[in-house]
Design a binder for this molecule. Structure first.
Ligand code: SF4
Length: 436
């Protein structure tokens, strides 16, 4: 019997990339490909990101590493960086660069293109059931908003939404396969529309027509949080976490960024959510050092973040994306100043995360347990319904289950436990006790 080659998929960037990689893995698995860990695969697929110059660098670095560790392997690179800098990736060692729009045809293309190119040495494993905790489902793709700093409209220009019936079917399959949580992803999921059905209608149908235990919406634009959408949160299967990318808390910077809201409108959305769900976590993205950002504008942004009631902030240092409007703007902020502002924002982010999580010490919340922090450690980690990272010791297997936990202390204050894998520090993370 001829064995199919084994595949390893590596994903950089956003939840949309994760959703697409997950779908690719499923289709390759159905087509008979096995999966190999680490460097043992015959084919490596790298799904790249190009949101910042650091993402570009990571994408190139990853191709070089894959090539040096796998001289015989067939390396396929796709994703946003592949769309904008294909030749760079070939120079780094990629065998084949595939544009975003052909990404999802890869399973068919691989079968016809690489037949005979490889000696199929390995027999891989089917997808492991331990991965079946959270699944990312793509419901929408593309963006035409042209925020002035963003490369996405150039690399994902085709805007479309997936058929609602197909989304429901995919979620039912995930439920049948044992997944506890589904995350709806897209470039701009608030723009979802299928034959007149908007995002709120889709979410309502998913809640009514599937048995998914936890449903999570990825990043939303503040203007997409309609009263109809919020009205659905009386179903406690919807995760009480909203990621609303702010980007700047200064109105003049928002205007130069060409965002479609100002700080007053943004704050109104946050207040509307917190009025209904005071325990909801609202997280955001912030860019520091956007062209022309003055000291006063940075301070406005900082103060807005401090006073808006966030649960967590992801801080990004502005980097020019060639071809975008912002890359041509005057008033570049120097690297030293960008670094100082980033450190100040990061300090605020740590403080904000601790403030939010600290409110819940002593409470009992539902936690979806994801994995063990280290093999045999018996320490499991998961996220509460309002997305607080939680750790607990468990003598029995709780992975993939939603179980109540009493949140008893800061994760960092518990002595004698192995450190977690997280590289972003442990602010806002708690230690809990699983209740049975
Ligand atoms: S909404 Fe703006 S930031 Fe988001 S993908 Fe579209 S252009 Fe980029």
């Amino acid at each position: 019997m001829t064995l199919r080659p084994t595949v390893a998929i590596h994903t950089l960037g956003c939840k949309l990339n994760q959703a697409e990689s997950e779908k690719l893995a499923r289709e390759l698995s159905l087509a008979g490909y096995g999966f190999a860990q680490g460097n043992a695969a015959d084919i490596h697929i790298l799904n790249t990101c190009s949101v910042t110059h650091i993402a570009d660098r990571k994408s190139r670095h990853m191709v070089r590493i894959l090539r040096s560790k796998n001289p015989q392997a067939f390396i396929i690179v796709t994703g946003c960086y592949a769309e904008s800098a294909g030749q760079d990736l070939v120079d780094c060692g990629a065998d084949w660069v595939v544009d975003n729009r052909y990404k999802m045809s890869l399973p068919d293309e691989i079968t016809s293109k690489i037949k005979g190119l490889l000696n199929y040495k390995h027999k891989g494993d089917a997808l492991s059931s331990t991965e079946r905790v959270r699944s990312f489902i793509k419901i929408q793709d593309g963006c035409q908003n042209f925020c002035s700093y963003c490369i996405v409209p150039y690399v994902r220009p085709n805007v479309f939404s997936l058929d609602a019936n197909e989304v429901i079917m995919e979620i039912r399959e995930k439920v049948a396969a044992g997944y506890a949580e589904v995350v709806l992803t897209g470039t701009e999921i608030g723009a979802y529309i299928d034959k007149g059905l908007k995002l709120s209608g889709l979410v309502q149908r998913i809640l009514e027509e599937t048995d998914i235990k936890r449903l999570h919406l990825s990043s939303l634009q503040p203007q997409s949080v309609s009263p109809q959408l919020l009205g659905l949160w009386n179903d406690n299967r919807l995760s009480r976490h909203f990621h609303l990318a702010l980007q700047s808390g200064s109105d003049s910077v928002l205007k130069r960024m060409r965002r479609k809201y100002n700080t007053a409108q943004y704050k109104k959305t946050v207040d509307r959510i917190l009025d209904i769900m005071p325990d909801a976590s609202i997280t955001t993205d912030i860019i520091v050092g956007f062209p022309g950002e003055s000291d006063a504008e940075f301070l406005e942004s900082y103060n807005f973040c401090e006073n808006t009631g966030f649960a967590a902030m992801h801080v990004f240092v502005y980097s020019a994306r060639p071809g975008t409007l912002a890359a041509q703007m005057p008033g570049k902020v120097g690297e030293k100043l960008k670094k100082e502002r980033s450190l100040q924002m990061l300090e605020l982010a740590a403080h904000i995360a601790d403030n939010f999580a600290g409110r819940f010490i002593g409470q009992t919340r539902d936690v979806l347990w994801e994995n063990e922090t280290g093999r045999g450690s018996g320490i499991c980690t998961g996220l509460t319904d309002n997305y607080i990272r939680t750790y607990a010791k468990s003598g029995v297997n709780i992975i993939g289950k939603i179980m109540k936990a009493r949140l008893i202390d800061w994760a960092e204050d518990v002595k004698g436990l192995p450190l977690r894998a997280s590289t972003r520090g442990n602010h806002g993370e708690l230690w809990g006790e699983v209740l049975r």
